[in-house]
Write a protein that binds this ligand. Structure first.
Ligand code: DC
Length: 222
């Protein structure tokens, strides 16, 4: 039986920053499902497909579904032969990914692809609906969260570090907007699975979050 660890939570809770380290410590792969939504949204933007047109987006899933490959244990996200890993972290793609991810037709194809990937190796999978929809029988489910103000503070530091600072109030507003969109959509809204362990990282730094997460997983797997 393969090992599956579901890690869900809102934007900025620290999922992606802790997931790689935790997966490495456990000796398993990490699948970032947000990258798949981002890559698909990037393609829709490239092709000029309207983000509000569910039928056109469904048609796009037939020709341009992203593919995940592992190179030296690290996830790379492809569209056809193009490695788009480095192209999908912009604000424009974040907003587009949030917009396209509300469509059931898009989610169906993504969920199927994610289940196929999870069936190939032991994995830690992060996203919004992993414990609730994609892998309801996951061995361990964790819901990572933090206050919106703390998530905005972290995001500001990250943007500053990248040399692209943004006012705190703008960042907080964007986080609240994305939370509202992710939590209130009809199809697979973001929520904590009933059987998930909820971990609030508001007062934990990166290292502490990773340690607590590992301790929770190890305890669950005993
Ligand atoms: O985790 P992220 O910020 O890279 O995700 C980008 C968007 O994709 C986010 O707004 C919500 C959506 N998403 C989703 O709906 N379901 C997932 N399993 C992963 C991401």
């Amino acid at each position: 039986m393969l090992l599956t660890i579901a890690l869900d939570g809102p934007v900025g809770a620290g999922k992606s920053s802790v997931a790689d380290g935790v997966a490495q410590k456990l000796g398993i792969l990490h699948l970032d499902t947000g990258a798949m939504y981002r890559a698909f949204a990037w393609k829709a933007l490239q092709k000029g497909v309207a983000l509000e047109d569910e039928a056109a987006l469904e048609a796009l899933t037939a020709t341009d579904l992203p593919e995940v490959r592992y190179e030296n244990g690290e996830q790379r996200t492809y569209l056809g032969d193009e490695d788009v890993t480095g192209l999908i972290r912009t604000g424009e793609v974040s907003a587009a990914a949030s917009a396209i991810s509300k469509w059931a037709a898009v989610r169906r194809r993504m969920v199927a692809a994610q289940r196929e990937i999870a069936a190939q190796a032991d994995m830690l999978i992060d996203g919004r609906d992993i414990g609730t929809v994609v892998l309801p029988d996951a061995d361990v489910k964790i819901y990572l969260t933090a206050s919106a103000s703390e998530r905005a503070r972290r995001r500001c530091l990250e943007l500053e570090g990248r040399g692209t600072p943004k006012p705190y109030d703008d960042v907080l507003r964007e986080i609240n907007e994305r939370d509202a969109q992710d939590m209130n959509r009809a199809s697979a809204p973001l929520r904590c699975a009933d059987d998930a362990v909820r971990l609030d990282t508001s007062s934990l730094d990166f290292d502490a979050s990773r340690k607590v997460l590992l301790a929770i997983i190890r305890e669950k797997l005993q």
